[in-house]
Design a binder for this molecule. Structure first.
Ligand code: ZN
Length: 150
């Protein structure tokens, strides 16, 4: 169970209920200042964690959307199925955005941002890949804005 800088008590409440029921539940708390570094280190760390678990293992997470999506992507990569995931995004502060021009992932706070890889100014689209946990970016042009007249 992951409390990813969650604003409420949901993860702690879930953990308490499972513990009271006598179930084995581990609560991992990631404070807000460590969240970005935690996400960057997540793919190998989650793979290692998953390799030590058995069939029937469940993952629950609460926190900002970009962190929950990143965790979901790692869980699916490790072989977990949607039925084994209980995820709740409690807010959107940033979006992890994929740049199709250079392949970089940038943590963007707004709809337009500078790609961390190629420095192009990109526009964030509503399309999110659940397999990678990233939104799609494209070069910001007047015609690229979502809903722009064509
Ligand atoms: Zn780029």
């Amino acid at each position: 169970m992951f409390d990813l800088a969650a604003r409420g008590t949901t993860a702690r409440d879930w953990h308490r209920r499972l513990t009271v029921a006598g179930l084995d539940a581990e609560l991992v708390t990631v404070p807000e200042p460590q969240l970005t570094g935690w996400i960057e280190a997540l793919p190998p760390a989650f793979g290692e964690l998953a390799s030590r678990r058995h069939v029937g293992w469940r993952v629950a997470a609460v926190g900002p959307e970009h962190a929950v999506l990143a965790l979901r992507a790692c869980a699916v990569e490790a072989g977990l199925m949607d039925a084994e995931l209980h995820l709740h995004a409690d807010r959107r502060t940033h979006r992890r955005v994929y740049c199709p021009h250079c392949g970089a992932t940038t943590l963007a706070a707004g709809d337009r941002f500078r790609c961390a890889g190629c420095a192009r100014t990109l526009l964030v689209h509503d399309h999110v890949s659940l397999s990678s946990g990233r939104y799609l970016g494209s070069v910001d042009t007047p015609d690229a804005a979502p809903g722009a007249a064509r």
